[in-house]
Design a protein around this ligand. Structure first.
Ligand code: NAD
Length: 494
């Protein structure tokens, strides 16, 4: 471990070694080699971080800071992220193997969340309520919920964290973050900017480690709310543990999103939409359009265009701006993708492109998978129902609108959906009937700080982004004031 970049955790405004004194390796997925040593935290570190966050929430500078000053501090952080966007992107690429073309865009875009929510910080307003009761004055206060645990997946570490941290800070909460054990480095790099921005100690803390660290965080009695992005299995565990402590949760989980191409679509655009839906980010995205529904009448023509376009994808070094498909992030994920390719073949899906491991450039590690397309998939196959989280597309044929909706909704997930058509009526009917938190018409993958994002069904609970997200970090308190001079009968409730 001596030759690796060694990180410390960030707790109560200090950089610390983990109390265990132990570290684990973080891999560079492109090289398939370790590059950083990450603190292996224990429950001791979690307790220390939650105490610091609780103390910062209850006492001290942050607790008494005006909402306007909070917003100002968030703007400072936004500006620092802007200045350091490139190096944050490079850390992400080194640690999670996604393309610099994508990560560079993400880290440059992240400041917008902090600016947006900084603007909201001093616009969190209660209401004066004209109640039915005589001689009373009633109003509401919107108050931060307290210490928030933020547990994040590995596929877009800083972006997924930002969706939680920016609204939580604007609301006045404090945070203990646990990044994925596969991609902790960028979050720890971000803490250098948090420190530089001048956030009071304890407002933002980071502990690192695997699921056990997340579990300790979720069950800590001083954690008031949990915001989680990850897989369904972890999400259910977190939900169960949160239920035991009666804590509110936001869960952003998996997906198997339908991307639906009608015969009246602009087919060239739809091909690009299908490609970006499944091969961008090597398919390692919750919103992957991994079920492509194509209308029967254009099936052959469309599939031919799609396969020939996909066959041109350039695999390679993610830090090269011209690379289009990078490595898979973890060895476990690599094995999982290959096992789903086998499952699809055994189920009788027709392999139209790829279908196995790929050879990366010279000097690269082994975690490359060929962009893979399966045709003639039926919706009951596992390859159509289960999240692969890799560059594997399943194409399903449909006859008409009714069948498209029925196949699209016949799934336990409901994160997103795409529709390709030039018929406005069809587009709006589909948007209404698809059971998904986001529907894209003639586009795919658009997300913004302005716009709520979240899942139906087993894709999650609650919403991130947009004005709505701030409510996930606030309580509403009702205040009653009597203006009566007398209480006529104290034994009767009024
Ligand atoms: P994961 O569930 O294995 O891990 C996510 C995080 O939770 C990690 O930090 C992990 O250490 C922690 N964790 C796992 N089990 C836990 C437990 N029982 N208690 C507390 N913490 C626990 O997921 P992953 O493999 O890192 O990410 C991939 C998954 O994330 C995919 O299913 C993907 O669809 C989903 N995802 C969803 C969104 C969204 O916004 N809906 C975005 C990105 C990724």
């Amino acid at each position: 471990m001596n030759n690796l970049q060694k990180y410390q955790i960030y707790v109560d405004g200090n950089w610390r070694d983990p109390s265990s004194g132990k570290y684990f390796e973080s891999q560079n997925p492109y090289l398939g080699k370790p590059w950083a040593a990450i603190p292996a935290c224990s429950e001791d570190d979690v307790n220390r971080a939650v105490e610091a966050a609780s103390n910062a929430f209850e006492n001290g500078e942050w607790a008494s800071m005006s909402a306007t000053a909070r917003g100002r501090l968030m703007r400072k952080l936004a500006a620092l992220i802007e200045e350091n966007a490139r190096s944050l992107a490079e850390t992400e690429v080194r640690d999670n193997g996604k393309l610099i073309a994508e990560m560079g865009g993400q880290t440059a875009y992240i400041p917008e969340w902090y600016y947006y929510y900084a603007g909201l910080a001093d616009k969190i307003e209660g209401a004066v309520i004209p109640t039915d009761k005589p001689d009373t004055f009633n109003y509401t206060l919107r108050e931060p919920v307290g210490v928030c645990a933020m547990i994040v997946a590995w596929n877009s570490p800083l972006m997924l964290l930002t969706w939680k941290l920016a609204p939580a800070l604007a609301a006045g909460c404090t945070a203990v973050i646990k990044p994925s054990e596969y991609t902790s480095a960028s979050t720890l790099e971000l803490m250098k900017l948090v420190e530089q921005a001048g956030f009071p100690p304890g407002v933002i803390n980071v502990v690192t480690g695997a699921a056990d660290v997340g579990e300790a965080l979720v069950r800590h009695p001083k954690v008031a709310k949990i915001a989680f992005t990850g897989g369904e299995f972890g999400g259910i565990k977190v939900y169960e543990a949160a239920a035991a402590g009666l804590k509110p949760v936001t869960l952003e989980l998996g997906g198997k999103s339908p991307n639906i191409v009608f015969e009246d679509a602009n087919l060239d655009n739809a091909v690009k939409g299908a490609i970006s839906g499944i091969f961008a980010a090597t398919g390692q995205t919750c919103i992957a359009g991994s079920r492509l529904l194509v209308q029967e009448s254009i099936y052959d023509e469309f599939v031919e265009k799609l396969v020939s376009f996909a066959a041109t994808a350039r695999l390679g070094d993610p830090s090269d701006k011209d690379t289009q498909v990078g490595p898979v992030t973890t060895p476990g994920q690599y094995e999982k993708i290959l096992s789903y390719i086998d499952i699809a073949k055994k189920e009788g899906a027709e392999c139209l492109l790829g279908g196995g491991p790929a050879q990366g450039p010279e000097g690269a590690g082994e975690w490359f998978v060929q962009p893979t397309i399966f045709g003639n998939v039926t919706n009951d196959m596992r390859i159509a129902q289960e999240e692969v989280f890799g560059p594997v597309l399943s194409i399903i044929k449909f006859k008409d609108d009714k069948e498209a909706i029925s196949i699209a909704n016949d799934i336990m997930y409901g994160l997103a959906a795409g529709v390709w058509t030039q018929n406005l009526a069809r587009a709006t009917i589909m948007a209404k009937r698809l059971k998904a938190g986001t529907v894209w018409i003639n586009t795919y993958r658009a997300v913004s700080f302005t716009t709520p994002f979240g899942g139906y069904k087993r894709s999650g609970l609650g919403r991130e982004n947009g004005q709505e997200a701030i409510n996930e970090y606030l309580h509403t308190k009702s205040v009653w004031i009597s203006t009566a001079t007398d209480t006529p009968n104290p034994f009767v409730m009024r």
